[in-house]
Design a binder for this molecule. Structure first.
Ligand code: ATP
Length: 243
């Protein structure tokens, strides 16, 4: 469904990722793992068009994304939920969701997408008339994901959804990622919380200094002590997976 072949990308003269090759099948949930600044967000931004691709190619369902303007990529079915849950604070939950539906094709029903969002996040249904700025951090993250789902995407790029959230809320967010998989969406997730990410993803790809270092099934990655010690510290790697 999604193929990155030897992609180098960055910002101006800054090369943030080099020679990244990544293939994602339809229905897969793939975690991009790595430390701060490793290049995880840049991979997501290169796919949605927010980072400039200097070389290599990115294909989505057979289309060469290099030939498609970033603003058109949402219409292909690619939704990007950026780091830092940028919701419209002065608008209500429902109004935020409505804005997400602007990229929904006319043959699909907004009400159906909203029902899906509310079934994934019942808390948003309860707070549908509340201003987004008054929601908790976790609820804002749910809203940011929900808004992306309103366009009925086939691929969801989720950039560090756990950032700054309390442990109880984290659990809900990772459960939501699992639910996205259950409803058949393809997800690429950038995360520093290795254990939790691997417990809700099929596969992990370790990124360090802008390059892919290792790719394997979640089970393989959790078992691989060398990778665990070198890139995560083995305790952190396994903690979330068993909780
Ligand atoms: P984090 O978890 O902190 O978001 P990351 O793995 O997602 O880390 P990136 O945000 O992709 O990493 O950053 C990769 C490199 O690109 C870093 O060296 C970073 O400083 C640089 N970078 C990121 N955004 C920009 C930007 N807008 N302009 C210039 N350099 C940037």
């Amino acid at each position: 469904m999604l193929s990155l072949d030897h992609v180098s990308a960055g910002y101006g003269d800054v090369r943030a990722i080099s020679d990244v090759t990544l293939h994602v099948e339809a229905g897969e949930t793939v975690a991009l793992l790595g430390a701060n600044g490793a290049g995880k967000s840049t991979i997501l931004r290169a796919i949605s068009g927010l980072a400039k691709v200097a070389s290599g190619s990115i294909r989505f369902e057979g289309s060469d994304l290099g030939a498609i303007a970033p603003s058109r990529r949402a219409f292909l079915g690619i939704a990007h939920v950026p780091e830092g849950r940028r919701v419209f604070r002065e608008l209500t939950v429902t109004e935020n969701l409505d804005l997400g539906a602007t990229a929904l094709k006319p043959q699909f029903s907004k009400a159906e997408q909203q029902d899906l969002v509310f079934s994934l996040f019942p808390r948003l249904r309860e707070r549908r008339s509340q201003l987004a700025g008054t929601l908790s951090g976790g609820e804002q993250q749910m809203l940011a994901i929900g808004r992306a789902l309103m366009m009925k995407p086939r691929l969801v790029l989720l950039d560090e959804p756990s950032l700054g959230l309390a442990p109880l809320v984290l659990k809900q967010i990772f459960q939501a990622v699992e639910k996205l998989r259950e409803v058949g969406l393809t997800v690429v997730l950038s995360e520093q919380r290795i254990g939790e990410a691997l417990s809700c993803c099929n596969r992990g790809v370790v990124i360090a200094q802008g390059k892919t270092i290792f790719s394997g099934s979640s089970a393989e990655l959790l078992k691989d002590e060398t990778i665990n010690r070198a890139y995560f510290g083995s305790r952190q790697a396994t903690e979330g997976a068993h909780s």
